[in-house]
Design a protein around this ligand. Structure first.
Ligand code: SF4
Length: 688
C-alpha cells in the first residue's frame, strides 16, 4: 500500500492535486500526474507548500494581558475568554452586536459550521466573509442571468476545445500558472486568445490580441463589442428566441454605445474592437472568462452582466465548449459561498429570505425556523460597523488589515472593537490586534472538502499530525458552542466527515446540492461536480438544456455605461489598480513566511509607465508615493512600458507603508456588495 497521501494545494481555486509522502525532514511533495486539473504541475507556491508546516506558526493560544501584551494561555482559558467577550457584547447590546467574519479559504465543512454557529449559537445576522471581496459580483450576475452561480459552468478541459477565449481582467500566468496550459493548448489547436487588461501581463504576452482599456471601463468595452455584433448582424436570433428573455431592452440599451464613443471611454481603438468581434464570432464555439479585473468594481455585477449579454446574444451559453465563466480566486472561493457563511445565505446556496429554505435548514439543525436571523451586512459594511453597531467579532481565516479596501480605516474599526477573537495559523496583522488568538490546523494537518473553480468538490486529506497545542477550526466552534449554548454543542462535531454528512442533508434540494456527494465518491472519481442530488453522477456541464430560472430561459440584463465611483481629476489625475504576483498569495499571511517565495517577490512595488515616471521625476527603484483620498503608500518604482501611461499598479500582498489597500476605494456595488478594489483616483509623487 502506498504511503503517499493524495491531497490538494493549500492555496488557490485551481486546487491542484498533489501527493504528500513521509520524508526524513517532514512530508515531501510528489506529483499527481493522474489528477486531471493540473496533471502533476504545481506553481512555486504549491511546490513550497510543505514549508507552511514548519516553524513560524502559532503553536498555542494567546490572550491579551493587563499590560496589553499577547501572552500564552491554555485552551480553556482562551475559549473562556472568547465566550465571555462574545456573550458580553450580546448581553450588553443585543445579538447583532456580535459579528462573525469568515474566509474563502475555509473548507466547506468549516464554512457550513461557521454559518450555523453564527445563527443558532450566537443568534446574530452579522456574518459575512472575505469571498465577498473576491467574486461576489460575478456570482450576482450569474444568478441574475442563469438562476445559478457556479464559477465555470464547464470543466477547464473544455478551454482547449473552444475556438476563441476572451479573458477579461485575469492573469492566470501569475495567479494560477498550471492553468495556463489550457490556454496554450487552445492556441496550439488553432484557437485564439484575446486578453483584456490595462497591463501587458505575462498572460497578455501570450495573447493573439491584447486590449488595454482604462481601468473601470470594462462595462463600456463589452457594450461596444455587443453593439458591433448587432450592427454586423452577428446575433444568433434563433437562440435568443428559444433560450433567452429580455433581449429587446438590452438591444436598445446597447445601440447608443457606438464604437467611437466606446473608444473615447475605454481608450481601446475601434479596429481592436472590430477584430475582437471577428475572432469571437467567427469561431464556432467561444468563451468569455472574467476574473477580478471587471468584477472588483462598484458596478461589477452590471459589468459581468454585459459580458454575459455578449455570450447570450451570440448563442454561446449552454452550448458545448462555449459560454461565460468566472475564474474564482481563493482556494474555496466557490464552496465558501455556498454553505452559509455569506450574509444572505443558508447552506445549499439557499436564500435566508426564502421561507421554504429556512424551514428545511432549521429542520436539519433542529431549531425553529423563526429563530433564524435574517440577512446581515455585506463584508465591508460589517467591517465598517465594527466598534459602533458591532462590538465583538469572531474572525476565522481572513486578514482584513491587509486585504480589505480602505485598509487603514478598517484597521481603525478593528482596533475600536470591545472584543476581537481571531482563529488563524499564524499571527497575521489582524490576529496581532486580537484580544484572543486561537491557533488552528492547516491544510495537510486536517481533512475537509473544497470546491474548485470548476464546481468540482475535492478532498484535502490529513497527512501529518498538527503540532501539540493546535486545534481545528471545527474543534474551536465546538468548544465555543459548549460554553455559549451547551444544549446545542452536539450539533458541532469536530470531525469533518460528520459535518459533511450534515451538509449533504442541509444542501439537498438547494441550488448547490451536495446530497449525492460523499468522501468515498470524491476519492474514487477525482472530485464530483455539483449540483449532485442523491443518485446523480454530478454535473460537469451546466445549462445544456435549460437555465436554472423559473422559465428555463437565460435573462439578459439591459445595462449601460457608467463611470468609476471615483474618477480622475486635477488633484488625483492617475488611475490606480491592484493585483497579484506569482510568488505571493492574497494578504501574504502564508506566503510571506516562505523564504523562496520572498526571494522571488520580496516586497511591494509601484508599476508605472516611463512617461509618468519622467513626469514625476522617478527612476527604476526610486521610492514613489501613491496618494488617494484614503491614504498614502510608498514603494519602489518599477518603470515599464507594460502599463498604460495613465495608470499605476501595485500588488496587494503586503502590510505597512507598502499596503496597496490603504489607497483603494470601498465604494460598493449595490447588487453584490463588492468594493471597487480595481480602480480609484490617485496622485503619484517622488518620495525620496
Ligand atoms: Fe496551488 Fe494554485 Fe499554484 Fe495550483 S496554481 S499549485 S492550487 S497556488
Amino acid at each position: 500500500m502506498s504511503d503517499v497521501t493524495e491531497t490538494h494545494c493549500p492555496y488557490c481555486s485551481l486546487q491542484c492535486g498533489m501527493g504528500l509522502a513521509p520524508g526524513a525532514d517532514g512530508p515531501r511533495i510528489v506529483p499527481r500526474e493522474d489528477f486531471p486539473v493540473n496533471r502533476g504541475a504545481l506553481c512555486g507556491k504549491g511546490q513550497s507548500a510543505t514549508a507552511l508546516l514548519a516553524g513560524g506558526r502559532l503553536t498555542g493560544p494567546l490572550v491579551r494581558d493587563g499590560r496589553g501584551e499577547l501572552v500564552a494561555a491554555s485552551w480553556d482559558e482562551a475559549l473562556d475568554r472568547v465566550a465571555r467577550g462574545l456573550r458580553g457584547a450580546r448581553e450588553g447590546y443585543g445579538a447583532d452586536a456580535v459579528g462573525v467574519f469568515g474566509g474563502g479559504g475555509l473548507t466547506n465543512e468549516k464554512a457550513y459550521a461557521l454559518g450555523k454557529f453564527a445563527r443558532i449559537v450566537l443568534g446574530t445576522s452579522q456574518i459575512d466573509y472575505n469571498g465577498r471581496f473576491c467574486m461576489s459580483s460575478a456570482a450576482a450576475a450569474g444568478n441574475r442571468a442563469f438562476g445559478l452561480d457556479r464559477g465555470l459552468p464547464f470543466p477547464l478541459a473544455d478551454i482547449p476545445k473552444t475556438g476563441c477565449v476572451i479573458l477579461v481582467g485575469s492573469n492566470p500566468a501569475e495567479t494560477m500558472p498550471p492553468a495556463l496550459r489550457y490556454f496554450t493548448e487552445l492556441r496550439e489547436n488553432g484557437g485564439k486568445l484575446v486578453v483584456i487588461d490595462p497591463r501587458r501581463t505575462r498572460t497578455a504576452e501570450q495573447a493573439d490580441l491584447h486590449l488595454a482599456p482604462r481601468p473601470g471601463t470594462d462595462l463600456a468595452l463589452a457594450l461596444g463589442l455587443l453593439h458591433l455584433v448587432v450592427a454586423q448582424g452577428r446575433t444568433d436570433e434563433a437562440y435568443i428566441a428559444e433560450r433567452t428573455s429580455g433581449w429587446a431592452e438590452t438591444r436598445a440599451a446597447v445601440m447608443s454605445h457606438w464604437p467611437e464613443y466606446v473608444e473615447r471611454i475605454t481608450g481601446v481603438p475601434v479596429p481592436q474592437l472590430r477584430r475582437t468581434v471577428e475572432l469571437f464570432c467567427d469561431a464556432p464555439a467561444s468563451m468569455v472568462l472574467t476574473a477580478r479585473g471587471p468584477e472588483q468594481q462598484a458596478k461589477g455585477t452590471d459589468t459581468v452582466g454585459a459580458w454575459i449579454n455578449l455570450c447570450l446574444a451570440t448563442g454561446r451559453m449552454g452550448r458545448p465548449y462555449s459560454g461565460y465563466g468566472c475564474l474564482t480566486g481563493q482556494g474555496n472561493g466557490q464552496g465558501g459561498r455556498e454553505h452559509g457563511q455569506k450574509a444572505d445565505q443558508l447552506p445549499g446556496y439557499r436564500m435566508l429570505t426564502d421561507p421554504d429554505a429556512r424551514r428545511h435548514v432549521a429542520g436539519v439543525w433542529g431549531v425553529d425556523p423563526d429563530e433564524l436571523p435574517g440577512p446581515g451586512r455585506s463584508a465591508y459594511e460589517l467591517l465598517d460597523a465594527l466598534g459602533t453597531d458591532v462590538r465583538a467579532l469572531l474572525l476565522m481565516g481572513s486578514n482584513p488589515v491587509v486585504s480589505a479596501p480602505a485598509a487603514a480605516h478598517v484597521e481603525g474599526r478593528l482596533r475600536s472593537l470591545d472584543f476581537l477573537a481571531v482563529a488563524d495559523v499564524v499571527l497575521s496583522e489582524t490576529a496581532a490586534l486580537a484580544d484572543v488568538v486561537l491557533p488552528v490546523t492547516q491544510w495537510a494537518e486536517e481533512t475537509g472538502t473544497l470546491t474548485n473553480l470548476e464546481g468540482r468538490v475535492v478532498l484535502r486529506r490529513r497527512a501529518v499530525d498538527p503540532p501539540a497545542g493546535v486545534r481545528s477550526d471545527l474543534a474551536v466552534l465546538r468548544g465555543l458552542a459548549e460554553r455559549l449554548a451547551p444544549g446545542r454543542a452536539a450539533g458541532f462535531p469536530a470531525e469533518a466527515e460528520e459535518v459533511f454528512e450534515e451538509l449533504r442533508r442541509a444542501s439537498a434540494g438547494g441550488k448547490a446540492d451536495y446530497s449525492g456527494i460523499s468522501y468515498g465518491r470524491i476519492a474514487a472519481e477525482d472530485g464530483v461536480f455539483w449540483p449532485c442530488p442523491e443518485g446523480s453522477p454530478g454535473t460537469p456541464r451546466l445549462f445544456l438544456d435549460r437555465f436554472a430560472t423559473p422559465d428555463g430561459r437565460a435573462r439578459f440584463a439591459p445595462v449601460t455605461h457608467r463611470p468609476a465611483a471615483e474618477e480622475t481629476d486635477a488633484e488625483y489625475p492617475v488611475s490606480f489598480t491592484t493585483g497579484r504576483v506569482a510568488a505571493q498569495y492574497q494578504s501574504g499571511a502564508q506566503t510571506r513566511r516562505i523564504a523562496g517565495l520572498n526571494e522571488a517577490s520580496p516586497g511591494p512595488y509601484v508599476q508605472l509607465h516611463p512617461e509618468l515616471a519622467a513626469r514625476v521625476g522617478v527612476a527604476e527603484g526610486d521610492p514613489v508615493a501613491v496618494l488617494s483620498r484614503r491614504g498614502r503608500v510608498v514603494a519602489p518604482a518599477r518603470v515599464s512600458y507594460d502599463i498604460r501611461p495613465d495608470t499605476v499598479f501595485m500588488p496587494f500582498h503586503w502590510a505597512g507603508e507598502g499596503r496597496a489597500n490603504t489607497v483603494t476605494n470601498p465604494a460598493l456595488d449595490p447588487v453584490s456588495g463588492m468594493p471597487e478594489f480595481k480602480v480609484c483616483a490617485v496622485r503619484v509623487e517622488a518620495a525620496g
